[in-house]
Every structure is written in structure tokens, then in C-alpha cells.
Design a protein around this ligand. Structure first.
Ligand SMILES: NC(=O)C1=CN([C@@H]2O[C@H](COP(=O)(O)OP(=O)(O)OC[C@H]3O[C@@H](n4cnc5c(N)ncnc54)[C@H](O)[C@@H]3O)[C@@H](O)[C@H]2O)C=CC1
Ligand SMILES: O=C(O)C(=O)CO
Length: 312
């Protein structure tokens, strides 16, 4: 069996060696331009069109959780990957715990008013502020998939009411589940901290806009861990200006790297990180890929297959 690998920024040698160790019976090679030799599987992130075009593959693995980039490539290059070649993505593979760390630390930061204390500190002011109540700190998670449900579970032990919104209803102990567009309004009503973990699809682009933000609790907080295009930046800035939204923590942006003249950089109530909420971890990712390939080869059912029509 042959596997080709392409990632624009990962250390290919490291990955190829680790893949060979995990699957000693498989020939793994880094794909380079002009390599038209046959392969069974391709492991990719932002692949050049010619890497996949015309190949008869048994499957393609995206080396991340989100497949918006490769689906975007497929929509502009329809011949890049035949419809009957399955596309897989990474499910969790260590990203769940990273998202949990990110979300829990930031929710606690807001809940313990460290943002307010930092502002007071900058004015050299010694002042004790009123405590927030857990009951006033409902956390609402947009997207209750692999990562959203892990984040939801991790917030429960801290005593916050937790709810999630997804396409279909979920049964997650202790978490209130809302489903579909008709329940979005109820989900938003009373949500104090909004965490976004939706995939980027035509239905979710621009979802976090003025209308949505207006339905959140007063002095709410927004954390975007999914994709920048989910948030209408001008609407978020206006909601921060009006006080409706008290603070935002953003990991992802419509344009990455965020342009130097973007007003989010200087906003005192916006914190940000450069798309690091969850990294692809080689050991866990390779375990998932090798396990999935073994099952595929045995004709067994696997999870992680992308529904290309649905967009995630
Ligand atoms: N910032 C970062 O470092 C990273 C960001 N991500 C982002 O996180 C996203 C989520 O990842 P997973 O949890 O693995 O995805 P997933 O596919 O397991 O979960 C997606 C969830 O969104 C819901 N959903 C999708 N469309 C919907 C709609 N129209 N209405 C209501 N609910 C809808 C689904 O029902 C599901 O609950 C990825 O697509 C990726 O963009 C993933 C990894 C790292
Ligand atoms: O896995 C993903 O989708 C990512 O965004 C990784 O940065």
C-alpha cells in the first residue's frame, strides 16, 4: 500500500518517519511536484490541485478537524477529487483537550473578573469588585460535535449552566441541548458566554452578527474558536462599543494573519491568539489515521468521513 503526504508547514520528515513506524507494511512518501506515481491514500492540508487531480485513491485524510479549505478548493477545481473518493477529517486526536483548556481558562478569567481587574491595575486602582454568580454565567456553545461537546463537558464541573446548539438534538448529561434554526433564539436567550465551535459552511458563515449578538444576555462575552468568517467583525465591534458585549476572545479571523490595521488589535476588551486553539498532534493524528485505514482495508465502518454536500 502507498501513502502520499503533503502539508505546507509541518516537518514532513518527522511525519513520514512516524507514519512508517505506525504502519511498517506501508510505503509512505512526501508528495512533491511531478510525482504522478500511484498511491492508495493521501494525507493533506492545503494540497496543490495537481497532487490529487485524476488520482484513483481509496481515501483522502485532511490533517485537521475543519475541511472548509479543501472543500473550497474542490468547489473551484471540481476535477480535483472524484466524488466517489471518500474524504476524512481528524476527530479529536488531542484537539478536544486543547479546546477544553482554552475555553475553561477564558471562561474563568471572565467569571473571576480578571479583565476588570487588569483594567483597574492599569489605572493603579486598588478596588474590590462584586462577585459574579454562576447562575448568571450560562455558557452556550454553538456546535456540539466532537470538539463542542468536549468543551461543554469540561465546563460543567465549574458550576456553570451549560447549553449547546447543533443541527440535531444531543443527549449530553447535564447539558441543555437546542437544535436547528427554530431553537437558536431560545438558545441565545440568557446565554452570557457564547463559544463558537461550528464548522464553516454556507449556513454558518456570518451567523455571529448583529441580530444574534442582540439576543445574548447583557454584558455577554464571545469566544470564537472555529473560523473567522463566522463572526461579522463590524457587528462585534459595534456590540462591544454599545456594551452589549463586554469582552471577546478570538482565535480565528476572516483574514489570517490579521492585518495590522484591523481595529480588533487595539481594542481594550478584545483578546486574541493566532489560530492556536488546537494544534494537530502527530502521535494522536497518526494513530487515528492508521486505525481508520486498517478498518477501511478490512471493509469495516469508520467515523470521520466528511459529508461533502453538507460541508463538514
Ligand atoms: N481554532 C482552531 O485551532 C481549530 C478550529 N477548529 C474548528 O472547529 C470546528 C468544529 O470541529 P468539530 O467539533 O470536530 O466538528 P464536528 O463536525 O464534530 O461538529 C460540528 C457541530 O456543528 C453543528 N452544526 C453544523 N452545521 C450546523 C448548522 N447549520 N446549524 C446548527 N448546528 C450545526 C453540528 O451539528 C455539530 O454538532 C471545525 O470545523 C474547525 O473549523 C478545529 C480545530 C482547531
Ligand atoms: O484542525 C483545524 O481545523 C484547524 O483549524 C487547525 O488549526
Amino acid at each position: 500500500m502507498d501513502i502520499i503526504f503533503y502539508h505546507p508547514s509541518f516537518n514532513s520528515d518527522y511525519w513520514i518517519n512516524a507514519l512508517r513506524k505506525a504502519m511498517p507494511q506501508v510505503h509512505v512518501r512526501a508528495w512533491t511536484a511531478g510525482d504522478n506515481a500511484p498511491a492508495d491514500y493521501a494525507l493533506v492540508w492545503h494540497p496543490p490541485v495537481e497532487m490529487l487531480k485524476g488520482r484513483k485513491l481509496k481515501g483522502v485524510f485532511a490533517l485537521g478537524a475543519g475541511v472548509d479549505a479543501i472543500l473550497g478548493q474542490l468547489s473551484t477545481n471540481p476535477g480535483m477529487l472524484a466524488d466517489d473518493i471518500p474524504l476524512f477529517r481528524l476527530e479529536d486526536t488531542g484537539m478536544g483537550s486543547q479546546m477544553q483548556e482554552y475555553a475553561v481558562s477564558q471562561v474563568l478569567h471572565w467569571f473571576r473578573r480578571f479583565d476588570d481587574y487588569q483594567a483597574l491595575k492599569l489605572q493603579s486602582r486598588w478596588q474590590q469588585l462584586e462577585e459574579y454568580e454562576h447562575t448568571d454565567f450560562t455558557v452556550g456553545i454553538l456546535g456540539a460535535g466532537v470538539l463542542g461537546s468536549k468543551v461543554a463537558e469540561s465546563l460543567l464541573p465549574w458550576g456553570f449552566p451549560v447549553r449547546c446548539w447543533s443541527r440535531s438534538r444531543k443527549s449530553l448529561p447535564g447539558i441543555q441541548s437546542f437544535a436547528g434554526p427554530e431553537e437558536l433564539g431560545d438558545f441565545l436567550q440568557g446565554t452570557r458566554v457564547l463559544i463558537n465551535l461550528l464548522p464553516n459552511t454556507p449556513e454558518t458563515v456570518g451567523l455571529i452578527n448583529q441580530s444574534l449578538l442582540n439576543q445574548l444576555a447583557e454584558h455577554s462575552y464571545v469566544m470564537n474558536l472555529a473560523r473567522g468568517v463566522h463572526v461579522v467583525e463590524a457587528d462585534l465591534l459595534a456590540a462591544l462599543e454599545s456594551g452589549k458585549v463586554k469582552g471577546a476572545m478570538l482565535d480565528v479571523f476572516s483574514h489570517e494573519p490579521l492585518p495590522a490595521d484591523n481595529p480588533l488589535w487595539a481594542h481594550p476588551r478584545v483578546a486574541m491568539t493566532p489560530h492556536i486553539a488546537a494544534f494537530t498532534r502527530p502521535t494522536e493524528a497518526i494513530e487515528f489515521i492508521s486505525h481508520t485505514i486498517s478498518k477501511l482495508e478490512r471493509g469495516e465502518t469508520v467515523s470521520g468521513r466528511v459529508d461533502r454536500v453538507r460541508g463538514y
